[in-house]
Ligand binder design. Structure first.
Ligand SMILES: [Zn+2]
Length: 143
């Protein structure tokens, strides 16, 4: 694990007002090789910024979040696109073209938003589904 990312996670764990869920999502992103930054300063809800996909990700169990959020992660490890896409329609997948992971709405385009790769679904690998608990699958070996 990258040293600066590890320090960032440790800092999150030390700050009292961060929930276990926020720390768990930071660990998931780190273990899956997704670059992230975290801020409490922007807007009412704390949020992650995922620079490779240029999206904001918020940890919330609410039905709606602020309009700047693209993906919502729940405190029990599920995730969905914020614009009404359901949990089972939201995927976190790995692009074989660039080796990066990205969130997608499976009812829409499968094009990799990072490198533009598209080959039906043949360029997708190691997909996690939003209705499943990603903490169980990704964090099981490290917690
Ligand atoms: Zn790609």
């Amino acid at each position: 694990m990258d040293k600066s990312i590890r320090e960032q996670i440790l800092r999150l764990e030390k700050e009292r007002d961060h929930s276990i869920a926020v720390v768990n999502w930071a660990k998931v992103f780190t273990l899956l090789g997704i670059d992230w930054a975290y801020s409490r300063a922007i807007g009412p809800a704390s949020k992650f910024y995922l620079p490779e996909q240029k999206i904001f990700f918020s940890v919330s169990d609410e039905a709606t979040v602020s309009s700047s959020i693209e993906v919502i992660g729940t405190t029990d490890g599920r995730f969905r696109m914020a614009d009404n896409c359901s949990f089972d329609e939201t995927w976190l997948t790995l692009c074989k073209g660039c080796g990066k992971r990205f969130f997608l709405d499976s009812t829409r385009s499968f094009v990799c938003p990072i490198c533009g790769e598209y080959d039906g679904d043949h360029h997708l690998d190691k997909t996690y589904y939003g209705h499943e608990n990603i903490f169980n699958s990704v964090l099981a070996d490290v917690n």
